[in-house]
Design a protein around this ligand. Structure first.
Ligand SMILES: Cc1cc2nc3c(=O)[nH]c(=O)nc-3n(C[C@H](O)[C@H](O)[C@H](O)COP(=O)(O)OP(=O)(O)OC[C@H]3O[C@@H](n4cnc5c(N)ncnc54)[C@H](O)[C@@H]3O)c2cc1C
Length: 540
């Protein structure tokens, strides 16, 4: 029987999204690099990014302004040095992408000096979002992938799920990864490893993210002894299509901008009793109001109605949404759209410094998996792709400066499959997936309370021991690996939320509805030593 293979690379990058591919292209061509991705390109967030990438490009804008806007959105928890660093790196990053052939939409009216068509999104005081029509992520992904495939020094492993990092004396030396094609576990030796595994929004029942966003990198880094920060700050998009067969379809906020009205199932409007701006209130307020009504009334969704506009107007302005809803027998020119808020972005993650370095020697993190200090308590739109580009470059630069390719790499043990059997109870995994995502939605969602968080923690602990038991006895599968990571991430989110006894940015709790100066710092959880309760945290 074919067994798992052994590989050796100078650098292994776990993740083939915007952060992972940028890092691969930024590293010197003299290095032997592996990029691991667990699924094809459409299965992760970078591909789906719509809006664009923020960058200071026009004379009426400045690094100071971009910094101030980001800090304002971050509600006091951004690291100013990091914010400035990213704001300053915006323009060179866009120039780099342009040189690679990224098809950014150009300004046709001669308004912008940069030549790019720029949009303005929530929180930005200037037009500074460059984009490729309304499919920026797809264009970005295709541009980066085309260049990666041309490089002889980069090998792409499209179907490898990293399981765990291998480390010795707080140095990362490699990792195990499940090869989905033959179901064997390969071992990768590496001098340097970059985690670029994306976010963890799949921990919630409703999410705008594709299936791959299961927080694998955060869980792996935590198990390997790295600190994790700000996990309580999960950004929710207010309106995602609610339909049993529609996964992750966002209904753009522009519908509300064009007069769309939010309704309860009995046809009553409700946003005006939450905020004087009603449907035009900021995204967090709208998401919170919908959540409040859903929980109060025990309803599965609310409705977004634009049918009072003419059919021609709707079809001209929202052709994709019109068509997509029609595919599910919802004619938005005649009836309201069922919507729910959905987990959209993980602001926290593996704690890194300005070079993308984690707590383990040789281990870096870039993109949504990381917590750099850029977003603080709330992410400003289009800063996330910027962060992917900037920190991928920072990590690559640091690696290039310090990697030594002359020494021998340690011999790593192969994965031991001899003690485990094939499972005949996959239903257990499927059930636990559902249970976890449901209680995270119900108890750790947009509006929190201590009681709900404690209840969720109890459930998470039970699930974790069941999953670990299962993991120890049966052969690993993709679903099991993701579930094992999701339960770790769930616990990190709950513990971070419990630790923050105030409301700030994206974290809102009815027990402490106001911000407090006592909590003007990131929430940092440490698996190795933690003043509060080391044994409990170490066991996550
Ligand atoms: C619908 C949508 C719209 C968005 N719009 C915007 C926008 O307009 N502007 C903006 O700035 N941001 C936007 N975002 C956020 C932004 O797209 C993401 O934050 C960003 O793309 C994350 O990139 P990444 O490289 O960190 O991770 P991802 O793009 O999620 O890539 C993760 C990679 O890691 C791999 N991976 C994960 N786990 C493992 C494992 N265990 N083993 C091997 N490989 C693994 C995956 O297969 C994938 O290749 C949007 C997000 C969504 C969902």
């Amino acid at each position: 029987m074919q067994k798992g293979q052994q590989h050796k690379f100078d650098v292994v990058i776990i993740g083939g999204g915007a952060a992972g591919l940028s890092a691969a292209l930024r590293l010197p061509t003299s290095l032997k690099i592996a990029v691991l991705a667990k699924k094809p390109g459409e299965e992760y967030s970078s591909y789906w990014a719509q809006g664009g990438i923020s960058a200071v490009l026009e004379p009426d804008d400045s690094i100071d302004l971009h910094t101030a806007d980001t800090m304002e959105a971050g509600a006091g928890l951004c690291d100013e040095q990091v914010v400035r660093f990213c704001a300053a790196a915006g323009k060179p990053s866009i120039e780099w992408l342009s040189k690679l052939g990224m098809p950014f939409t150009r300004d046709q009216q001669g308004i912008s000096e940069s030549g790019f068509h720029l949009t303005r999104e929530g929180g930005h005081s200037r037009r500074r979002v460059v984009h490729a029509a309304d499919a920026t992520g797809k264009a970005l992904q295709q541009t980066l992938e085309a260049h990666v495939l041309e490089r002889d020094n980069i090998r792409f492993f499209h179907q490898h799920i990293a399981i765990d990092l291998i480390h010795r004396e707080r140095k990362c030396v490699g990792l195990y990864a499940l090869n989905r094609k033959n179901q064997h576990v390969d071992v990768f030796g590496a001098r340097k490893i970059i985690l670029a595994t994306g976010g963890a929004s799949k921990v919630y029942l409703y999410t705008s993210n594709p299936d791959g966003s299961t927080g694998d990198g955060i869980a792996m880094a935590w198990r390997a002894g790295c600190r994790v920060a700000n996990m309580e700050f999960i950004q929710f998009h207010p309106t995602c299509l609610y339909h049993p067969e529609a996964k992750s379809f966002l209904i753009t906020e522009a519908i509300r901008g064009e007069g769309g009205i939010l309704l309860l199932p009995d046809g009553r409007r409700f946003m005006d009793s939450f905020d004087s701006r009603a449907e035009l209130a900021p995204r967090d307020i709208v998401a919170r109001a919908i959540d409040h009504e859903m929980k109060r009334l025990g309803i599965a969704c609310v409705y977004l109605d634009i049918s009072h506009k003419s059919r021609a107007f709707i079809k001209a302005h929202f052709p994709t949404i019109y068509q997509r809803c029609l595919d599910f027998d919802i004619d938005i020119t005649r009836q309201p759209i069922p919507v729910v808020p959905a987990a959209h972005y993980t602001c926290g993650g593996v704690l890194v410094d300005i070079n993308g370095r984690t707590d383990l020697e040789n281990l870096y993190a870039a993109g949504e998996v990381s917590c750099t200090g850029l977003h603080g308590a709330n992410r400003m739109a289009s800063n996330s792709l910027l962060e992917c580009l900037v920190f991928a470059e920072a990590a690559a630069r640091h690696i290039a400066a310090e990697i030594d390719t002359s020494g021998r790499m340690p011999v790593l043990e192969r994965w031991d499959e001899s003690q485990v059997t094939d499972s005949d109870e996959d239903i257990v995994v499927a059930h636990n997936w559902d249970e976890l995502r449901r209680f995270m939605w119900d108890y750790v969602g947009i509006v929190r309370t201590n009681k709900r968080l404690e209840r969720a923690l109890h459930r998470a602990e039970l699930l974790k021991s069941e999953i670990n038991d299962y993991y120890g006895n049966y052969k690993v599968s993709a679903d099991l690996l993701e579930l094992r990571n999701l339960v770790v991430v769930a616990e990190l989110i709950i513990r971070s939320a419990l630790a923050r006894r105030e409301s700030r940015g994206l974290h809102f709790t009815l027990d402490y509805p106001e911000p407090s100066d006592d909590f003007l710092a990131p929430t940092i959880l440490d698996p190795v030593q933690n003043g509060r309760s080391p044994a409990r945290l170490a066991s996550i």
